[in-house]
Write a protein that binds this ligand. Structure first.
Ligand SMILES: Nc1ncnc2c1ncn2[C@@H]1O[C@H](COP(=O)(O)OP(=O)(O)OP(=O)(O)O)[C@@H](O)[C@H]1O
Ligand SMILES: [Mg+2]
Length: 305
């Protein structure tokens, strides 16, 4: 069963088409990255899954049901706009949300204190939210989303506003939730997080799906690149699109940046080089980063981080 199923969904706001005929499914237990530039339609889609707004057309299924109240206890949500009661203490805030999700006060407090400890906020449990830094308050908000170990965790830009140490902590928390069986859907502009975490990702631009698949499948969208040290250019070798010198030659050996034709594998080119007795001292495949893939698929104008 899919934890989240989006079936041909369109959302219009007046003249803006925020989401345009979007379909995708998130299988249970996956960590799913929702990528796209500003205004791509990520938040709008996540809000429809949470029944905060309704689709203009199409339908969503969340944990096998229509979006709505019945699902509330099974979903943890970190909204894009953060906000907690400023006068409530950190631990009371978590207990409050835990109770809303059906936990006993005792369980919510025990789990809440454990979470604060894990998030480095053990000493701040009794601080009111307005006495916490922005990143600290965000960690409390994350704790409210995970306190009851929901089946589905929906995190909208969870990494924004966190320093590198806390970004790592959040990555660990996402892995932990996943290891405990939760499905995690998160949106981000920061490709490295998606690269490290996701089983599957979806790239959105102007409300439309540009790509859906695994990281390897995303990388395969780009032609392979090689870094080669050889005595001669590889231009003209079957499968090679371009071969440009990088740096100056030394003792007759030159480093080359090589781009292959789409669909050509590095191994095929290596074989041809061997057959043609081209002397090689180094032959490295450069893996495309998700950032490169994103720019290529979405286009630089729409991929502003
Ligand atoms: N309530 C609204 N009323 C009118 N237009 C809206 C509303 N909410 C979103 N939009 C429009 O829908 C489009 C998609 O917005 P959305 O917030 O889903 O993007 P996003 O991918 O989350 O972007 P970001 O990365 O900046 O958070 C934008 O053009 C936005 O102006
Ligand atoms: Mg958004």
């Amino acid at each position: 069963m899919s934890a989240l199923d989006v079936d041909n969904v369109t959302k219009r706001f007046d003249r803006t088409i925020a989401v345009d005929g979007l379909s995708f499914a998130v299988p249970e237990g996956q960590v799913f990255g929702f990528l796209g530039g500003n205004g791509a339609g990520k938040t709008t889609t996540l809000r429809m899954a949470l029944d905060i707004i309704r689709p203009t057309e199409g339908r969503l299924t969340v944990l096998g049901r229509s979006p709505g109240r019945e699902n509330a206890a099974d979903i943890g949500f970190l909204p894009e706009e953060r906000g907690l009661y400023r006068q409530m203490t950190a631990i009371d805030t978590i207990v409050y949300f835990g109770r809303l999700k059906g936990m006993t006060a005792h369980d919510a407090r025990t789990e809440g204190l454990a979470l604060l400890e894990r998030f480095g906020l053990g000493d701040n449990a009794r601080f009111t939210i307005d006495k916490l830094s922005k990143g600290m308050a965000q960690k409390v908000q994350l704790a409210t989303a995970v306190v009851n170990r929901p089946k589905l965790l929906i995190l909208d830009e969870p990494f924004s506003g966190l320093d590198p140490v806390n970004q790592r902590l959040l990555e660990d928390e996402i892995r932990r939730a996943s290891a405990n069986g939760a499905t995690v859907v998160f949106s981000t502009h920061v490709m490295q997080h998606a690269e490290r975490l996701c089983d599957k990702l979806l790239l959105l631009a102007r409300g439309r799906k540009k790509f859906e698949g695994t990281l390897d499948e995303a990388r395969a969208q780009l032609p392979a690149r090689l870094s080669v040290v050889a005595r001669q250019s590889l231009a003209g070798v079957a499968g090679v699109k371009s071969c440009v010198p990088a740096g100056t030659a030394k003792d007759g050996w030159q480093e080359w940046d090589v781009e292959l034709n789409p669909g050509v594998a590095a191994g095929d080119v290596l074989q041809v080089c061997t057959e043609q007795s081209i002397s090689l001292r180094r032959f490295d495949e450069r893996r495309a980063s998700l950032h490169d893939v994103f720019l290529q698929i979405v286009g630089p104008a729409e991929a502003r981080p």
